[in-house]
Design a protein around this ligand. Structure first.
Ligand code: SF4
Length: 69
């Protein structure tokens, strides 16, 4: 749930991933995109589609990047 809690757009539902789930069952892409475009324009004057906070806090990503096994 760290990704859901870190998401500034409130776009992540917090549902546990399974192979059978589609993207729209896991998070609201439009909500993510709209919030990030607004934040990017306000912050740096450019449109951007992703902030990546959900990825940065993910324990699986962190383990992978640190090469922990
Ligand atoms: S990229 Fe940012 S706004 Fe989009 S789902 Fe991840 S944390 Fe939320």
């Amino acid at each position: 749930m760290v990704c859901r809690d870190a998401c500034p757009a409130g776009a992540i539902y917090g549902r546990l991933w399974e192979m059978s789930l589609g993207r729209d069952e896991l998070f609201d892409f439009q909500k993510c995109r709209a919030a990030m475009q607004k934040r990017a324009i306000e912050g740096v004057g450019e449109k951007d589609d992703i902030c990546g906070k959900c990825i940065a806090v993910c324990p699986y990503t962190r383990r992978y990047l640190n090469f922990e096994r």
